[in-house]
Ligand binder design. Structure first.
Ligand SMILES: *Cc1c(COP(=O)(O)O)cnc(C)c1O
Length: 393
């Protein structure tokens, strides 16, 4: 049986390790910036590319390569390039695949820093972005122009956990000769494999679930040999936002338990969503695992479970929402997600605070909305922690 036929749990534990002459069982960390050659001719051949070998850790590093091979296998891809953060994965993808005069169509419901990257920075270099609805295919088609080269989305979205139809948007992208790039940070390959659904490139913030314990920054770009292995890698080795060997080593440990953790986060989030759905102080719950969620069926088809993030709305706007936040004792008040520790966020005054009131109303990010990234604690304790504030509303 070849490694490619292994199930994802097996690949996550086994793929990519090149054991050294020391016979180590666990993955080693290669903390070295450069590599030596046995003679001048070998140095020449390696620099020319005639011989495969390490030259400098901005280009390649054995620990980082093990991480890349493992993540590529999990996503069912030919190539993966590891980056210093999730944002540098998105930056490297855009700068290597686009040029001045090109146009991006992106879902409106994407990570805040990605919007700033598109609107404030890429626009300076002649790359414009238009936005479409996460859930309305017609709005994507309407936004595509003659110079559109790339479609970008993230599913499920933050903080309203709306699910985009990857297969349908990939078909649309290809009909217009565009690439579809999917930020798969919320689901990870343990729950969703966008390339199998037709996407061309997958983005990761390894900082989130891949690490899984909130320790280190990292990212990755995953796709075919030409687009990612040559174009994105070529940019990365020159521009330099590479992943450190130490962080790659942490993420390798994260990948080994990724499937188990994603199943646990999802089961706990579903249990909490059902509880909040029936709660008298809660107006609305956003979680695709609930049959009432507008894209519940799509999420069932496209994902193996519903993920660890949910949002809910309380009556009484910001004051009530802050009452819940300020009465928590167990939950961490922070915008991070993908950690073993559950986190609570008030999006309207933090992650989405830059939006105008009108924009927030349009996107459904009301003042009473709270987001929870469910960690690995007992759901009984999380419920009790929320109850203190909820009873005071
Ligand atoms: C956090 C995040 C990013 C950015 O990743 P960093 O590692 O923080 O740079 C991108 N996309 C999504 C969906 C995220 O949650």
């Amino acid at each position: 049986m070849s490694e490619q036929d292994w199930d994802i749990e097996t690949q996550a534990v086994r793929i990519g390790q090149q054991r050294s002459q020391e016979g180590e069982h666990s993955d080693p960390i290669f903390m070295t910036s450069s590599y030596v050659f046995s003679n001048a001719a070998e140095a020449e051949a390696t620099f020319k590319g005639d011989k495969v070998g390490n030259i400098y850790s901005r280009f390649t590093n054995p620990t980082v390569r093990t991480f890349e091979e493992r993540l590529a296998a999990l996503e069912g891809a030919e190539s993966c390039v590891a980056t210093a953060s999730g944002m540098s994965a998105i930056l490297s993808t855009c700068l290597s695949l686009l040029q001045a005069g090109d146009h991006i169509v992106s879902s409106r419901s994407i990570f805040g820093s990605t919007v700033v990257l598109f609107n404030k920075y890429l626009s300076r270099y002649g790359i414009e972005t238009s936005y479409a609805s996460q859930t309305d295919l017609a709005s994507w088609e309407a936004a595509i122009k003659d110079n559109t080269k790339l479609l970008f989305l993230e599913t499920p979205s933050n903080p309203l956990i709306e699910v985009a139809d990857i297969k349908a948007i990939a078909e649309l992208a290809h009909k217009h000769d565009c690439l579809l790039v999917v930020d798969n940070c919320f689901c990870t390959p343990a729950l969703q494999r966008p390339l199998e659904l037709g996407a061309d490139v997958v983005i990761h913030s390894a900082t989130k679930y891949i690490d899984g314990q909130g320790r280190a920054m990292g990212g990755a770009v995953v796709g075919d040999k030409k687009t990612v292995g040559e174009e994105v890698f070529g940019f990365l080795r020159t521009a330099g936002p590479t992943m450190s060997a130490f962080n790659a080593w942490l993420f390798l440990g994260g990948l080994e338990t990724l499937s188990l953790r994603m199943q646990a986060h999802s089961a706990k989030a579903l249990e909490l969503a059902v509880h909040l759905f029936d709660h008298p102080k809660v107006k609305r719950v956003h979680y695709p695992g609930l049959p009432q969620h507008p894209q519940h069926l799509l999420a069932r088809e496209q994902q193996d479970a519903f993920g660890g993030v949910l949002a809910f709305e309380v009556d009484g706007g910001q004051q009530s929402a802050w009452t819940v936040v300020d009465n928590t004792n167990l939950l961490s008040i922070t915008a991070n997600l993908g950690d073993t520790k559950s986190t609570i966020t008030h999006p309207a005054t933090t992650t989405h605070g830059r939006l105008t009131d009108d924009e927030r109303l349009q996107t459904g990010i009301y003042q009473g909305l709270l987001r929870i990234a469910v960690g690995l604690e007992s759901v009984k304790d999380i419920k009790a922690d929320l109850e203190t504030g909820l009873t005071q509303i």
